[in-house]
Write a protein that binds this ligand. Structure first.
Ligand SMILES: *[C@@H]1O[C@H](CO)[C@@H](O)[C@H](O)[C@H]1NC(C)=O
Ligand SMILES: *[C@@H]1O[C@H](CO)[C@@H](O)[C@H](O)[C@H]1NC(C)=O
Ligand SMILES: *[C@@H]1O[C@H](CO)[C@@H](O)[C@H](O)[C@H]1NC(C)=O
Ligand SMILES: *[C@@H]1O[C@H](CO)[C@@H](O)[C@H](O)[C@H]1NC(C)=O
Ligand SMILES: *[C@@H]1O[C@H](CO)[C@@H](O)[C@H](O)[C@H]1NC(C)=O
Ligand SMILES: *[C@@H]1O[C@H](CO)[C@@H](O)[C@H](O)[C@H]1NC(C)=O
Length: 637
């Protein structure tokens, strides 16, 4: 009876869609907030070990070392009058009547800090990591164009080329906007009619080999309030502007973008009704100096189901530079409206004509569709809260994108996106407290990922090659583009920066799970383990645990080297052999075999010895499975 109940429990946790490997990170560095921070902003400079985290009325400067995290806390209080006014209004909730640090950005050596300041945003300049002063050096917009008044309102800030760009979502009387808000260039904004109740999801600089062609893409969703019950109110969008934009002429768009264009973004299978229209968050990877790369968007549909769609930056760029404009049928001759152009390179007449077109027809007709014409097939059931992407040069001289997906349970999934598929390399359990991943920052130069929840901030190496094991097969099957098998040193190592592929000393195979590059000999060398002895009473139920490393392997138990084998059931990180009807779990040697990529490896073995005594039912039911699993865990360490 008892064992049947246990088996039912085990069966319910059989891994369906799983990351291949699961790692639990125990050690430092990590930082615990002394009180929960439900809204966190992050600033990290490539190559540095310090992460700045904006919290509630405080900036944390966190210095990560191998020995732990050293923190300096810089208090940034709200004005008392602002707090009083906010509390009197109690809007939107009284808890938000504090100075939540929303913006932490370095703009050409000026460290800009903005906070909600209890509903009336303020900005400062952080000097010497200690002193907050008024912002100097350049034009600056009103703080309410840079920071939202309440932390729950979505916004974007992005420094580019010495200026700060800000996008504010629609909220309480404000219609939402994309602006240039700080720097030596002219401050510009969107016209109100260009955006329909936008909710911003991300922004990215799209580099170009010609500096004047540099663009900024903004990702957002628009909401149509007049949509009928049976109509989809959301539309996912990409908007873009040129960084060289200096605004229009006195009569037309004097303080507005002259290069703003927007496009509809679809995420769903082909032209089917099943579309995900609400773009929640976006991440972009671009190849240096080139207009190539991928945009990853996290979308949801009306039922809250989330998916990720990937878009080619080249496709988007092509659409913006060739599509017809909505509601504009005249031919687009000469310099196209909205294209980046050097100052004075367009005739006055052409310029005025183009401004007129952009003013009234900034939307392109072409629709942006995802690569593969469908959402990515993510082999996981986890709910994703935050996405981030990195690009890395592999041993075959090709670039591969690695996705980092933060989940609702505070885990991070590391996945490789190839032409064919998304393969989840590993899942990291990083935190002591389960809670959604709120924010992440990446340092590709130093190879670090910073991950934050409301309780903790943790740092993770991008290349974590030593975790994969000490055989060529383990290393290759990881399919981690940061790691390769070093034939000479017989180790799984980080691909060094500037690695010259012609040396050919490192092995990798990223496009499929196939370790044939390791050679036949390595693959066939089957490991034998020495059986651990287990003494059992004759009428107890025995459960034999097999530690699972790869969740993509196929696990079976074999008894006394017989051909017949027995299935096991996943329970946590074990595949457990239990007393099924025809399983002779009495005496003998039991071996757990894992098969992956066509090869069988012995993981662990037990020798069951029957001591002839009988165990009382009460003890068995109390300790049965948990005792054996616990003992087994001790052996394995
Ligand atoms: C910042 O540090 C420099 C050099 O130590 C010092 O000269 C300057 O006065 C400091 N600035 C402020 C605002 O404290
Ligand atoms: C950024 O700072 C550098 C050095 O301080 C200066 O030469 C450059 O003009 C600045 N760029 C902008 C866009 O302000
Ligand atoms: C919003 O929806 C209404 C009702 O379907 C439609 O008439 C209107 O054109 C839509 N607005 C936009 C900007 O698409
Ligand atoms: C790689 O090494 C070869 C031989 O030493 C050399 O000819 C080639 O230029 C190197 N390639 C790069 C990208 O450094
Ligand atoms: C692995 O790749 C080799 C060489 O490309 C091929 O011969 C072999 O069939 C592949 N193995 C599997 C299991 O796909
Ligand atoms: C084992 O056998 C004894 C004697 O028949 C019985 O009292 C006890 O309940 C049995 N225990 C289990 C776990 O079945």
């Amino acid at each position: 009876m008892n064992s049947l109940v246990l088996l039912a429990l085990l069966a319910s946790v059989v891994a369906g869609k799983a990351p291949r490997l699961k790692f639990v990170v125990h050690g430092p560095p990590r930082f615990h907030f002394s009180r929960p921070e439900n809204y966190i902003s992050m600033y990290h400079q490539e190559g540095s070990d310090t992460l700045y985290v904006g919290g509630r009325a405080v900036i944390y400067a966190l210095k990560f070392t191998n020995r732990g995290v050293f923190d300096v806390q810089i208090p940034v209080a709200s004005d008392q009058t602002a707090i009083d006014t906010c509390r009197a209004k109690a809007a939107p909730v009284e808890l938000e009547c504090d100075n939540f640090i929303t913006v932490l950005q370095k703009v050409n050596d000026t460290f800009i800090v903005c906070g909600t300041n209890a509903g009336s945003p303020r900005c400062w300049m952080l000097v010497n990591d200690t002193v907050l002063t008024d912002v100097q050096g350049g034009h600056i917009a009103s703080a309410s164009d840079i920071s939202p008044p309440y932390p729950s309102q979505k916004f974007i800030s992005l420094p580019a080329d010495g200026s700060l760009y800000s996008a504010m979502s629609v909220a309480g009387g404000q219609s939402g906007s994309i602006r240039r808000t700080f720097g030596p260039q002219k401050l510009l904004k969107t016209e109100n009619v260009w955006l329909l109740n936008p909710q911003f999801a991300g922004a990215a600089i799209i580099p170009s080999s010609e500096k004047y062609k540099e663009e900024i893409y903004f990702f957002f969703s628009e909401f149509n309030q007049s949509a009928k019950m049976d109509e989809e109110p959301f539309r996912a969008r990409i908007g873009r502007v040129c960084t060289v934009d200096e605004g229009g002429i006195m009569q037309l768009l004097p303080n507005s973008w002259t290069t703003f264009m927007k496009a509809r973004v679809m995420c769903g299978a082909g032209n089917t009704q099943q579309q995900y229209n609400n773009l929640k968050q976006a991440a972009v990877v671009t190849a240096q100096e080139q207009r190539a790369g991928i945009m990853y968007g996290l979308f949801s549909n009306a039922w809250g189901k989330k998916v990720i769609c990937a878009y080619s930056i080249e496709d988007i760029n092509k659409a913006f530079s060739t599509s017809r404009l909505k509601g504009y049928s005249s031919p687009l001759s000469g310099n196209r409206p909205g294209m980046c152009a050097r100052k004075g390179s367009i005739s006055e007449q052409n310029l005025i004509k183009n401004l007129g077109v952009i003013r009234y027809n900034p939307e392109i007709e072409d629709v942006i569709r995802p690569v593969g014409v469908a959402p990515l097939d993510l082999p996981t059931d986890d709910e994703i809260t935050h996405t981030l992407a990195d690009i890395t040069l592999a041993v075959n001289d090709e670039h591969y994108t690695v996705l980092y997906l933060g989940t609702e349970q505070g885990k991070v999934l590391k996945a490789i996106h190839t032409n064919q598929e998304v393969f989840i390399i590993s899942q990291y359990s990083l935190f002591h407290n389960e809670g959604p991943v709120l924010n992440m920052a990446i340092d590709s130069q130093k190879g670090h990922l910073y991950v934050g929840t409301a309780m903790e901030i943790q740092r993770l190496p991008l290349a974590d090659c030593s975790r994969y094991g000490d055989t060529c097969r383990d290393c290759i099957l990881s399919r981690d583009p940061y790691c390769g098998w070093d034939k000479a040193r017989r180790k799984c190592v980080t691909i060094p920066p500037g690695y010259n592929t012609t040396y050919g000393t490192l092995l990798q195979n990223l496009d499929q799970s196939n370790s044939s590059v390791c050679g036949e000999a390595a693959a066939l060398k089957q490991r034998r383990t020495s059986p651990k002895e287990v003494v059992i009473q004759s009428n107890t139920s025995v459960f034999l645990p097999c530690p699972v490393r790869s969740f993509h392997a196929f696990y079976r138990w074999e008894k006394d080297n017989c051909i017949k084998n027995y299935p096991c059931l996943f329970s946590g990180d074990f595949c457990v052999l239990g007393p099924l009807v025809d399983t002779p779990l009495k005496e003998g040697v039991f071996r757990c075999m894992a098969t992956e990529d066509g090869f069988k490896v012995e993981v662990i073995s037990f020798r069951l010895v029957n001591d002839g005594r009988l165990l009382s039912a009460s003890i068995a039911s109390t300790f049965g499975l948990s005792l054996l699993l616990a003992v087994a865990t001790l052996w394995l360490h």
